[in-house]
Write a protein that binds this ligand. Structure first.
Ligand SMILES: Cc1cc2nc3c(=O)[nH]c(=O)nc-3n(C[C@H](O)[C@H](O)[C@H](O)COP(=O)(O)OP(=O)(O)OC[C@H]3O[C@@H](n4cnc5c(N)ncnc54)[C@H](O)[C@@H]3O)c2cc1C
Length: 470
């Protein structure tokens, strides 16, 4: 391990009490395995916690929370390590790492699933798809289910089945006092409201219970691509086409340089392209009718929208977001793809220089918008689209340039910003978090925070500060 001065030395921490009976692993900087365990998905984050508590179960989580409190340690909570700004690791404090907690139990009869906090999206899909069922989660299989769910969870099935939180039935949660509570619509209903969008502000969720819905296992899904010159036409056509789309269809528009993947023809490699990626969560034959006009629009250079296992579609973006690369993200919601928004989009698409940077535009609506804005803490149910602009490099070299591209693009869209999704925020300050929830919900979240975590023990998150703002 490099240096040795960046973190509080383990000697300063008396971990004997914590070690007693701890079923998981406790890693200090001098331990083998520490170096790997301190890494998170985003390679641009490089932090040195004093202790990593790899919990094996609820008792370990309770012990770690109590230990951190008693020792006055800053605590980070880690599910799947995919926080863009790296909020699941810290310098000098403790990381309460849930990634060993992998239990999944599917009840195909009752159509429910119980999952522990360290489960990744692909792991849950694997278990549920064995029965042709699914939880609507995210679009990259190695993302953590915990952090994604607590922020809301936008996904390929959302226009039919809603956000991930819309299928959440209950959670088990360890509070800042180190007590286990359950929250559902009937038990601690206020807390259940808060964890559906309020992130990790109220405690550590050790287990989730979800409702399952039928999906696939074969779905009509995949991208259709056109050359970048067609982007303005494609986007205008797309705008009209989706206005009539059934809820079964969820789409994402993508702009990037075509990657050198086996299914991409060699002549396209490195060329800027616009793609519309579809997922039809219904009968394949119906989906074929729905997607036909898109397939026939102009002359796509590549059409990969075909019947395929839902599991394969879920993994489609995995190669574009490997662990360890450097990532910078800015995101915003817009109401509509107006001509002005399209013009800005195309202008900044044409400025993509890197073979790795890209941006996607999610189509919302459908079941997401049918849940009332105040029913859960999640903000932005009425948004039309979410822009997700990613500057990506393999390592530090060139990162500043990509970040600049992202920031300029995001700033150009500023007049059209209609909200922000907390799980796509960097460290952007309290005002942005308030904007993400809206003033009314933000106040409600603050009073919930005052009840469950008045000392702001859980603060490495999109933090809802308990103190009263005047
Ligand atoms: C490649 C990639 C793809 C993504 N795709 C999507 C997508 O399709 N849809 C979408 O909605 N979002 C998506 N996201 C955003 C994602 O939802 C967030 O990054 C989320 O925080 C990841 O959760 P995690 O458990 O992996 O993160 P971690 O880094 O482990 O945790 C992030 C934060 O969540 C909190 N947290 C995590 N676990 C718990 C827990 N058990 N109890 C309490 N708090 C906890 C903590 O505050 C922590 O700081 C994506 C992110 C990446 C990097």
């Amino acid at each position: 391990m490099a240096g040795g001065t960046e973190f509080s030395p383990m000697g300063a921490l008396d971990v004997a009490g914590l070690r007693d009976g701890f079923r998981g692993e406790l890693l200090s900087p001098q331990d083998p395995g520490y170096e790997d365990a301190r890494k998170v998905w985003n390679g641009s984050i490089d932090r040195f916690p004093a202790l990593i508590a790899r919990c094996a179960g609820v008792a370990d989580v309770i012990a770690a929370v109590r230990f951190a409190r008693d020792s006055g340690l800053l605590a980070a909570v880690r599910g799947g390590w995919h926080s863009y700004p790296g909020l699941s690791v810290c310098d000098g404090g403790i990381v309460i790492d849930l990634s060993l907690m992998k239990g999944i139990r599917v009840d195909p009869e009752a159509r429910t699933a119980r999952t522990q906090a360290g489960v990744l999206l692909g792991e849950l899909d694997r278990e549920t798809q064995a029965f042709g069922l699914a939880v609507p989660s995210g679009i990259v299989t190695h993302t953590g289910l915990s952090g994604l769910t607590l922020g809301g969870g936008i996904n390929w099935l959302m226009r039919k089945y809603g956000l991930t939180i819309d299928q959440l039935l209950s959670v088990d949660l360890v509070t800042a006092k180190g007590e286990l509570v359950k929250a559902s619509r009937t038990e601690n209903a206020d807390l259940f409201w808060g964890v559906r969008g309020g992130g990790g502000n109220f405690g550590i969720v050790t287990e989730f219970e979800f409702r399952l819905n039928p999906v696939g296992p074969t779905v009509l899904a995949g991208p259709i691509f056109w050359p970048i010159e067609e982007s303005p036409n494609v986007l205008r056509f797309y705008r009209e086409w989706i206005s009539e789309a059934p809820d079964e269809l969820t789409t994402i528009v993508a702009h990037r340089k075509a990657p050198p993947l086996p299914f991409v023809p060699r002549e396209l490699h490195g060329k800027l392209i616009v793609g519309i990626v579809c997922c039809y969560a219904g009968a394949v034959e119906e989906g074929e009718q729905v997607v036909k006009p898109l397939k026939e629009f102009k002359s796509p250079v590549l059409d990969l929208c075909v019947p395929k296992p839902f599991l394969a579609h879920q993994a489609m973006f995995d190669p574009s977001f490997p662990h360890g690369w450097w990532y910078y993200l800015r995101a915003c919601d817009v109401a509509q793809l107006t001509d002005e928004v399209i013009e800005i989009t195309v202008d900044h698409a044409l400025r993509i220089d890197s073979p790795l940077s890209s941006f996607v535009i999610w189509q919302l609506g459908g079941a997401v918008a049918r849940v009332g804005e105040d029913e859960t803490a999640f903000g932005g149910r009425s948004a039309g689209h979410t822009f997700n602009i990613g500057g990506i490099t393999e390592k530090a070299e060139g990162f500043d340039k990509e970040r600049e591209w992202v920031r300029n693009f995001w700033a150009a869209l500023e007049p059209y910003h209609r909200g922000f999704y907390v799980n796509f925020l960097m460290e952007e300050g309290e005002e942005r978090i308030r904007q993400a929830y809206g003033a009314k919900k933000y106040d409600r979240l603050k009073s919930l925070k005052r009840r469950y975590d008045p000392d702001n023990f859980f603060r490495l998150n999109q933090n809802i500060r308990p103190d009263v703002t005047v």
